[in-house]
Design a protein around this ligand. Structure first.
Ligand SMILES: Nc1ncnc2c1ncn2[C@@H]1O[C@H](COP(=O)(O)OP(=O)(O)OP(=O)(O)O)[C@@H](O)[C@H]1O
Length: 262
C-alpha cells in the first residue's frame, strides 16, 4: 500500500435527500494497492458514498479528488474518461438478463472503447476465466447461474476495462460461507496479481478480517474512524463495540488469515 498520496481523497462531503442528511463533513482516503472495507449500520450511507465517488450521484458539498483531479471541476468528457479507470460491482450484480455472460462482459468494451464484437467477446472469455468461471459459462444467461457464479460474472464485467480501482458493493451478500470465502480469496488474488485498489462496502465480518488492509466506519453521517482493524475495533463507540465485539466478530477474528493478504 502506498500511503504517500491517496488515489481517492474525499473532503468535507455532504449528501442530502430533501431534509434527510446522509453525509456531512465526511473525509476519507483510499490508498493505492489497498483493500479498504467500508462498514456501517444499514442506511448509514455506504452505497450513497460509493455512488458519489463513481459519478452516479453529484454530492451536495465537498470535494472528491480522484487520481489528483477534482471530479466536480472536470468537463463531462474528462470525467467519463477518468471514470473508466473504475470498475464497479453493484449489490445485485446488475447484469443484463437477456445477454449471455460473454455478451455482458463484452458490452462495456464495445460501448466505451469501440472494440469489434468478436474481439470484445474473446477478451470477455479471458475475463470470465480470470474470475474462475468454467468455459461453458460464457454462453449462459444470468438466470441459468448460481448466486456465486453471478457475483463472479459481475466481477468479470467490473474488470472489463482493466480498471485501477475496483468498487464492490456487498459482493458476498447472499453467498453461503464457502462461496463467500472463495470470493474473498479471489479478490485477494486479483488485487495482488493486477495491483488493484479496492473500495469494498460490506456487512460481512469474515470478509473484513480476511481481506481488508484498512476499515472505515460510517456513523453519525461521517467516517467515524478509518484505520487498521486492530485500531478500529477498539474505538469507543456503541456501534463499533456491538459490531466488532459481538460473537460473530469473535469468530471472524479467529478464522485464519489468508496467506495472500498483504
Ligand atoms: N435516491 C434516493 N432518494 C432518497 N433517499 C435515498 C436515496 N438513496 C439513498 N437514500 C437514503 O440514504 C440513506 C443511505 O442509503 P444507503 O443505501 O447509502 O445506505 P447503506 O449504508 O448502503 O445501507 P445498507 O447497508 O442497508 O445497504 C438511506 O436512508 C436511504 O434511504
Amino acid at each position: 500500500m502506498n500511503r504517500d498520496c491517496p488515489l481517492i481523497r474525499i473532503r468535507d462531503l455532504a449528501n442530502r435527500f430533501g431534509d434527510h442528511v446522509v453525509h456531512e463533513h465526511l473525509d476519507l482516503d483510499l490508498y493505492s494497492g489497498e483493500i479498504l472495507g467500508v462498514v456501517g449500520g444499514s442506511g448509514s450511507g455506504k452505497s450513497v458514498l460509493l455512488r458519489s465517488i463513481v459519478g452516479l450521484r453529484r454530492p451536495d458539498e465537498g470535494s472528491i479528488e480522484v487520481f489528483g483531479e477534482d471530479l466536480q471541476s472536470l468537463s463531462e468528457r474528462r470525467r467519463s474518461k477518468l471514470e473508466r479507470r473504475f470498475g464497479v460491482l453493484f449489490q445485485r450484480g446488475a447484469l443484463f438478463s437477456s445477454l449471455n455472460l460473454q455478451e455482458n462482459v463484452a458490452f462495456p468494451m464495445i460501448e466505451h472503447i469501440g472494440l469489434a464484437r468478436s474481439e470484445a467477446e474473446f477478451l470477455a472469455r479471458v475475463k470470465l476465466a480470470l474470475v474462475g468461471l468454467p468455459v461453458n459459462a460464457a454462453l449462459q444467461t444470468p438466470a441459468e447461474l448460481s448466486g456465486g457464479m453471478i457475483k463472479r460474472a459481475a466481477l468479470a464485467r467490473a474488470l472489463a476495462l482493466d480498471p485501477e480501482v475496483l468498487f464492490l458493493d456487498e459482493p458476498t451478500a447472499g453467498l453461503d460461507p464457502i462461496g463467500a470465502a472463495d470470493f474473498d480469496q479471489l479478490l485477494l488474488t486479483l488485487r495482488n496479481a493486477l495491483g488493484l485498489s479496492v473500495f469494498l462496502v460490506t456487512h460481512d465480518l469474515d470478509t473484513l478480517y480476511r481481506t481488508c488492509d484498512r476499515v472505515a466506519v460510517l456513523a453519525k453521517r461521517r467516517v467515524l474512524v478509518a484505520g487498521r482493524l486492530e485500531a478500529v475495533e477498539n474505538v469507543d463507540d456503541p456501534w463499533v463495540r456491538d459490531y466488532f465485539h459481538g460473537p460473530r466478530a469473535r469468530a471472524a477474528r479467529q478464522s485464519p488469515p489468508s496467506s495472500e493478504k498483504s
